[in-house]
Ligand binder design. Structure first.
Ligand code: GDP
Length: 463
């Protein structure tokens, strides 16, 4: 496998747009030589003569007569004590696209190439500074939408998951060694595997993996949020409810254009859980093509949502359209909260009939912002009770871990069954080896180029 580690790479590491400061990052064997070409320090010492972890004031210069391009601070980090374990130079210059672009162009002219997305982090992985699950944590941190998601990302970056997996690996290796000794030297009494000893060890690992998986599912939820759809027939107050939720809570992303013109996905932070919420069209019987399309989209949203909030108008009797929507929704077998809106008006709705079908019914007023927090508490409580199941179709970094861990768990289970059924030791050893193989895929001790491409292509350039 060729990974171009001998190249020196450069990229703008800060977000595009106007800013006080922007950073161009350079990593690789020629970083310091390039810095010598483009940087004029105020002191006499050229970057290639500077110690690691030192910062220097000066000017970025370019062209034949070495014209001053921008004022800058240059940070020198010498490998292996750097993000990528290579020599790294970071040029902090003025933010803004033109200044940064000019500095980056000079660096490229100086003898490096533009970095691919995530290439700095990929190098940190290939050079052994972090394992794959830690590299993925970097992405999670960049993308964190709430404080809780950030905390989970930081924990993973610090290697908490890696250390747990390492311990499991060590135990499996120890057990495997015993089995292999018994297979190779069956006549030697002391090395014989004692199933009474091996069984509890494997069972304890199963339990440990179960706990990690449970936490991983929770972490995934905090990272990706719960996709929520607000449905109900027209005029019950769906848009008003979405607005009320947005007013009450910090909106993480202000109107992020959805895939279609008539739907907008908003993300709100409810007690640390990102709730991705869409307001749907609410048409029951489409009258024309446009409406039919809107109904189809609503159906798709409902199908993929983790949670549905079904809104009724409390000031009216239940209608056949309400009943039809309720029936359709309940068939989907997903978490549903019923909201009786317009509690400020005289109530006519048959609440008990809704309660017969849906456990969680909340009266509120979207317009008067009353009881919105009760709805929020109901959402959080569903999450904590594990009533919201997250579909597994979305492939994320964390999903990769979950699938890998499940496979490890399965192989260990097979090893346990083989032991209990007193099958030949080769069987048991085979299952343990499979479990070890899957563990190594999670940490990246064993990886394919395709897997790396998939993971790092999700990164931004400069990370
Ligand atoms: P949607 O079609 O379901 O999205 O409904 P809207 O949010 O557009 O609301 C329909 C109408 O009901 C609007 O005139 C709102 O002002 C009104 N409305 C929404 N919520 C309340 C409420 O809590 N109380 C009262 N009295 N009116 C409400």
């Amino acid at each position: 496998m060729k990974f171009d580690l001998e190249d020196t790479i450069a990229a703008i590491a800060t977000a595009p747009g106007e800013a006080g400061i922007g950073i161009v990052r350079i990593s690789g064997p020629a970083s310091l030589t390039i810095a010598d070409k483009v940087f004029r320090p105020r002191s006499a010492r050229m970057p290639s003569h500077c110690k690691g972890f030192s910062v220097h004031y000066g000017w970025i210069v370019g062209g034949g007569e070495k014209k001053k391009i921008d004022e800058a601070l240059l940070t020198v980090m010498r490998g292996p004590k750097s993000y990528t374990r290579e020599d790294v130079v970071e040029i902090s210059c003025h933010g803004g696209t033109v200044a940064l672009r000019a500095v980056l162009d000079l660096a490229l002219e100086g003898g490096c190439r533009l970095a691919h997305p995530g290439e700095f982090t990929k190098r940190a992985f290939l050079n052994g500074r972090i394992d794959l699950s830690q590299a993925e944590a970097v992405l999670d941190i960049i993308r964190a939408k709430t404080d809780s998601a950030l905390k989970i990302g930081i924990q993973q970056l610090q290697g908490i998951l890696s250390r747990e997996l390492h311990k499991i690996r060590e135990t499996l290796l120890g057990t495997l060694a015993q089995f292999e000794a018994s297979i190779d030297f069956p006549e030697e009494e002391p090395s014989q595997v004692n199933p009474d000893e091996a069984l509890p060890v494997l069972k304890a690992l199963q339990k440990k993996l179960g706990a990690i998986l449970e936490e991983a599912a929770h972490g995934r939820l905090y990272r990706e949020g719960i996709s929520t759809v607000i449905c109900g027939r027209p005029n019950v107050g769906k848009s008003s409810l979405l607005n009320a939720l947005l007013k009450q809570e910090r909106s993480i992303v202000t109107p992020l254009a959805g895939t279609t013109r008539d739907t907008i996905e908003e993300i709100i932070d409810i007690k640390g859980i990102p709730i991705r919420i869409v307001d749907t069209a609410g048409i029951v019987e489409p009258k024309d093509l446009v409406e039919r399309k809107a109904v189809q989209r609503t159906k798709r949203y409902i199908d993929t949502a983790d949670l549905a909030i079904l809104v009724f108008d409390g000031s009216r009797h239940l209608s056949s359209a309400d009943n039809l929507l309720t029936e359709k929704l309940l068939k989907k077998n997903k978490a549903v909260i019923a909201v009786i809106n317009k509690m400020d008006l005289k109530q006519k709705i048959e609440r008990s009939r809704i309660l017969k079908k849906i456990d969680s019914v909340i009266s509120l007023s979207a317009k008067k912002i009353k009881n919105i927090d009760t709805l929020e508490e109901a959402i959080v409580s569903l999450v904590h009770k594990g009533k919201i199941c997250i579909p597994e179709s979305i492939l994320t970094s964390n999903m990769r871990h979950i699938q890998g861990l499940r496979a490890v768990q399965r192989h260990i289970h097979e090893a346990v069954v083989s032991l209990q059924e007193k099958l030949s030791l080769e069987f048991v050893a085979h299952h343990i080896k499979d479990a070890l193989g899957r563990l190594d895929e999670i940490s990246g001790a064993k990886f394919s180029e395709d897997l790396l491409d998939t993971i790092f292509s999700e990164f931004c350039i400069g990370k």
